[in-house]
Design a protein around this ligand. Structure first.
Ligand SMILES: Cc1cc2nc3c(=O)[nH]c(=O)nc-3n(C[C@H](O)[C@H](O)[C@H](O)COP(=O)(O)O)c2cc1C
Length: 319
């Protein structure tokens, strides 16, 4: 994406990156870059609706709309100030993150964030493909439309953080590249509701990942990193230095970390960095670029291991 990072560890968008103090702590602990917590348009709309509902606007009905406009800009300004303040305090690249519901907001937020100094954007696009009347192609077009619009509006690098629900993921990433994405983050970990069978009700699921979730993004990074000319960021289930090294070998340029830093504290970045460095010494790699993508499908000595034939052979061999 053209960003210069001192190492490939990126703190993923979350409350770990939601204040100046926390971002300063990320830098101090060794992060190569941070993705700020997302600016959620939906949250802004809900918050302004809630506040506007409390207004007595019987005398001046237009006051309601005026207030909502002011409310939106208040929340947006708050986020812009976070970017501005963070940029004054740290040297590492700051990637702002947006999640919008209306097409126009993606571009207007993107422009404003570029204006206050964000080094790059990560588009946190979340379109749950749950409507039986909306086809895969329609959903893909929405993603591409967002990326094209944002690309036209800003000059800074743009990454797209994707969930795993794509039928033609390889073709989709290539189309996103053509639409102007410089980076792709695989995969976002969406909220998953849980069912409590004793209470017989739907309850919030746990927010944190397990390291057992990592093989999914590892496989896709390995398959796509040598096939699609964008920078891939690996995400979900990367909990330690082993996970980071695997993802880099598969072809990720960076590893985005979240759960492990909540569970072990932000200083765990130092442990991961020092273990990464010892591993590099043991294998005589001077820099991550010496081994990034070494085991991607395109460069691996055994590309058949990524292919369907291997899967079938493995199953046949199991008695
Ligand atoms: C408390 C919390 C807040 C999060 N907030 C955001 C957010 O604002 N934007 C976003 O794109 N992802 C958000 N995420 C998702 C993380 O960035 C990341 O994609 C996910 O946790 C998977 O990475 P992990 O396995 O290292 O936790 C959040 C995750 C957690 C646990």
């Amino acid at each position: 994406m053209g960003l210069r990072l001192r190492n490939p560890l990126v703190v993923a968008s979350s409350t770990l990156t939601g204040s100046v103090k926390k971002v300063v702590a990320c830098e101090k602990a060794g992060a190569g870059a941070v993705v700020l917590k997302s600016l959620f348009e939906e949250q802004i709309l809900q918050e302004t609706d809630r506040l506007a509902a409390k207004l007595d606007t019987t005398a001046h009905p237009e006051a309601h709309d005026l207030f909502k406009g002011m409310g939106s800009s208040y929340f947006l300004d708050d986020y812009l100030k976070l970017v501005e303040d963070v940029k004054k305090r740290v040297q590492i690249p700051i990637i702002a993150s947006v999640n919008c519901v209306s097409p126009g907001s993606w571009t207007s937020y993107a422009r404003r964030l570029e204006g206050v100094g964000a080094d790059a954007l990560e588009l946190n696009v979340f379109l749950l493909p749950s409507d039986p009347l909306v086809s895969a192609r329609e959903i893909e077009k929405s993603y591409l439309d967002i990326v094209r619009r944002v690309r036209k509006s800003v000059a800074i690098p743009v990454a797209v953080k994707l969930g795993p629900h794509f039928t033609g993921l390889a073709a989709m990433t290539e189309e996103l590249r053509k639409a102007g994405a410089n980076g792709i983050t695989l995969f976002n970990r969406f909220y998953r509701p849980e069912i409590d069978i004793e209470a017989v009700k739907v309850v919030p699921a746990k927010l944190f990942s397990s390291d057992k979730e990592m093989p999914f993004s590892l496989q896709w990074i390995a398959l796509l990193s040598s096939a699609v000319a964008v920078d891939f960021a690996a995400n979900t289930g990367i909990h330690d230095s082993t996970g980071v090294i695997k993802q880099l070998l598969a072809g990720a340029k960076v590893a985005e970390l979240c759960t492990t830093l909540f569970e072990n504290g932000i200083d765990y970045l130092q442990t991961i960095l020092s273990e990464l460095s010892s591993w590099m010494d043991r294998h005589a790699f001077a820099s991550p670029s010496d081994f990034t993508g070494l085991l991607s499908k395109g460069r691996s000595a055994n590309p058949e291991l990524f292919e369907r034939g291997h899967y079938i052979r493995s199953l046949v061999g199991v008695n």
